[in-house]
Write a protein that binds this ligand. Structure first.
Ligand SMILES: [Zn+2]
Length: 191
């Protein structure tokens, strides 16, 4: 981790972890991949290590990120998928050459076509987004209940009733806000 940059929020779903690199979209937005190097860091953490990244490639990544966010949001509220977002996701998916590799330990890892191919890494993320939005995976797309966040997340809970994209941040903040509001309404209950 590099000092001075916002931390990453690590989730278990690649595509929505990626959209989570911009948080608080409806409040004071926090950009978690502000520089090409931070994208390199994020990709490394997520099993997609690349050696280099240009600002043009960072732009591609952010364009893909916002397209996944738009399409996943539409899917979560059962709206028509925005055509422009679908186009970007498909372009990124088609323009990478990443291969799924089975390790001797029985794990899946990604092999990119060359060490500097951000496009390959983005194609893996795009394909992950497609599998979620197409409803191929066990889970449900939903929107975070925090009004300043509203991030699309993939709910894999048994009951499919998860309300927040992230329990440690949005979930906690909402709980605290409700607690404070209740205290204002009933000041005596705090004593
Ligand atoms: Zn949230």
């Amino acid at each position: 981790m590099r000092a001075g940059f916002p931390d990453f929020r690590l989730g278990t779903v690649l595509a929505t972890s990626f959209t989570g690199t911009l948080s608080e979209r409806h409040g004071n937005a926090v950009e978690r991949i502000p520089t090409p190097h931070r994208l390199i860091d994020w990709l490394a953490v997520n099993g997609l290590a690349v050696d280099s990244c240009t600002t043009a490639q960072l732009d591609l990544a952010r364009e893909l990120r916002e397209s996944i966010h738009a399409a996943a949001t539409a899917a979560a509220i059962r709206d028509a998928l925005p055509a422009a977002a679908v186009q970007v996701i498909n372009d990124r998916s088609a323009q990478g050459r990443a291969a799924a590799i089975l390790t001797p330990e029985g794990k899946r890892r990604w092999r990119l076509s060359s060490a500097s191919c951000v496009e390959d890494a983005l194609s893996v993320i795009a394909a992950d987004a497609i599998s979620i939005i197409a409803g191929e995976r066990d889970g449900k797309l939903a929107l975070c209940a925090s009004p300043t966040c509203q991030a699309a997340f993939f709910d894999t809970s048994q009951s499919r009733t998860r309300r927040w994209c992230d329990m440690n941040t949005c979930g906690n903040r909402q709980k605290k806000a409700r607690f404070n509001a209740n205290q204002r309404k009933n000041p005596r209950s705090a004593e």
